[in-house]
Design a protein. Sequence first.
Lengths: 65, 431
Amino acid sequence: MVAAALAGAGCGRFAVRASEKEHLADRTMRFDADGHESAADDHVLSNREGSAGGRGTSGGGCGCN
Amino acid sequence: MRLQLALARRAVAGAAVATALVMAAAAIAPVWADDQIDLTTTWYLERRRGPEGGLSVVHPQLDVQLDAGDSVTVGAGYTADVVSGATASVFSVDAVASATPFEDVRHEAHASLAIKGSRSGLSVGAGAAAERDYTSINVVVAGNVDLPGKNTNLALSYTHHFDHVCDRDNGMAGALERRALTGLQPCERSSLILVDDTPGETVWREVEIDTAEATLTQNLSPTLAVQAGAYGQILRGFQSNPYRRVAVSGVEPQESVPDVRGRLALFLQANKYLTGLHSAVHGAVRGYSDTWGVNSLALEMGYSQYFGDSLLFRLRGRVYQQTEASFFKDAFFYDTEGPAGAYFTGDRELAPIRNVLGGARLSYIGVGQDGESVWGLFDEVRFELKGDVLLLDELPANPEEDNPAGIGGQFLSSGQLIDAFVLQLALHTAF
């Protein structure tokens, strides 16, 4: 994961300029756009399936600040 | 055991890195964020055979986030589960014969403190939950940082649960002699979450859960973002359903499963914006494996389409399949062959299953323009209506040709194509 982060940082530094992040900032492009829905989905599925996790950590954003 | 120890080390490492992020976040310039109130209610209805004809769960969620200065946000929230329906007391070839109605209410409250910088954030939180036969206290720390270029974001989180589950006081009885709870025994608590044993009747058993997750988000182009991550969890303590019995070799003892479970999931997801269509495509894949022998794969696809500036419509579908736990047997084989080693379970979540989900969501999004508030109060209002249907396919764990009883009656599942429905209403406001 750390190696991937460093590789990503190297590639990502110039991948998208700040002025090009209009669509990345859209709520349809965010992986943590709706915490309530994700939590409710997890709640439903964890009571039907034996597996858990793997939906992403909240806070992972697009770097659009 | 090596996997369990590796997961434990990962959890500790996650906490250490997240703590380091506190210091980083404190040193970074602040940004302003909106105050927010989110209110969501989800209704889950599962068709079941039995006296109540189904399982109903109403799940309200309320969260409030308020700015406390330029870089600090405090949050508080409440959730509940109001559950009613039918459950099978004994895992056997005929679940309906032991089906009984039940009702329960679970309350959960949580609070958090977050520090936000221009390139990073850190939050700490705690929560507590209680129901008649289960209590839980949890602490969580999470952090994320944008790497140079702000196209790569690394997020880490660690959660620890201190839980207690009420169990029948079985003293030193062996696995095949243990009695299950019936719901008539007392599960005493001296306060909302502090528990008291009732010798001879019930004891509270500990469950400790460590969960760590690491996520890497990467912008690959102005219209493509991907996210990859790893999730690890270790559960230690009593993990059986204390009410469930299993028909084993002519007797019906309480379900028995291992005290330790290690879980690992790896996932990859991507979002692609389609500029000309004012829409986005979503895809995700997750692989999962645990030390009880459950392995699974989930695939999800979605499509979001804007209609004007205020309406957003989303379609999604998900398919999931898992193998059974190494100690799971179809009911006929527990009864005729006996336990799988020291264990026996009637948990459908540990059986081989295939699950399919399809659904749609409609969102109305109102955003204040040119200094004008929405409805004179809010910077943003979002109202959402969502519906999902779920299909469940139960698969045999043992050779079907050797099972004259079949598997069609061992769970209370309806056997119909559409197994469950989810309806969700949500209101999000920022001001």
